[in-house]
Design a protein around this ligand. Structure first.
Ligand SMILES: Cc1cc2nc3c(=O)[nH]c(=O)nc-3n(C[C@H](O)[C@H](O)[C@H](O)COP(=O)(O)O)c2cc1C
Length: 188
């Protein structure tokens, strides 16, 4: 599979096969890939926590907001929830383009997960207090969560679309519109 095909496959999944555990070892491998990502001045200021324990996952879950455009849906039901999470921590004092670094490592992680058949969803909508209770890190704040699990839903790309809102159809298939190249390339 080339990178274009991997990017096509690497969608945000929000329904998983919860009983099929993504292991800590697998998550460590994803973070090892992220550890090689470029970052501003090579400062490598981000830190990671791995959450696979069921009790800890159950503590994290209620603080997460899923699929803001699908307002009637309250998120994955028991049995369909992520079997692991990564917390990306950034230093409390905001310096050195940390937010950009977070986006880059998160991309490395989700692409790496995808090569192993693991689905993911980056999550900014979470309660920091809950995350701090499960994955405390003095001097750091949680910047992004990544949910991981074996996919339990079909997600379809809708290329060359002029919409941005994703939707779920009557068969439970999740559709993700993406703008055309003509729209996103301004020059050249
Ligand atoms: C920085 C960032 C934050 C996100 N936060 C959330 C979130 O809190 N909840 C959620 O369900 N999805 C979240 N997503 C997933 C986006 O909704 C998703 O990437 C978008 O709908 C496009 O779908 P795709 O990833 O399959 O291309 C986030 C994605 C990014 C990149």
């Amino acid at each position: 599979m080339n990178l274009y095909e991997l990017a096509e496959k690497t969608r945000s999944y929000r329904i998983f096969q919860e009983e099929k555990q993504v292991t800590s070892e697998q998550v460590r491998e994803m973070i090892a890939v992220a550890g090689m990502a470029p970052c501003a001045s090579n400062l490598q200021r981000l830190r990671f926590s791995i959450v696979t324990d069921e009790k800890e996952r159950n503590l994290l879950f209620p603080g997460i907001g899923w699929a803001g455009y699908i307002t009637e849906w309250e998120g994955p039901a028991p049995g369909q929830r992520p079997s692991a999470y990564i917390v990306i921590h950034a230093p409390c004092e905001e310096k050195y383009f940390t937010g950009i670094d977070v986006g880059i490592v998160a991309s490395y992680i989700v692409l790496s997960a995808s090569t192993a058949g693991v689905g993911s969803c980056m999550l900014l909508n979470f309660t920091p207090e809950t995350v701090n209770a499960v994955a405390p890190a003095v001097g750091y704040r949680p910047q992004l969560l990544i949910a991981l699990g074996y996919p339990g839903e079909t997600v379809l790309l809708e290329k060359n679309n002029d919409k941005i809102r994703y939707w779920r159809d009557g068969n439970g298939v999740h559709h993700v519109p993406k703008l055309s190249l003509e729209t996103i390339i301004l020059k050249g």
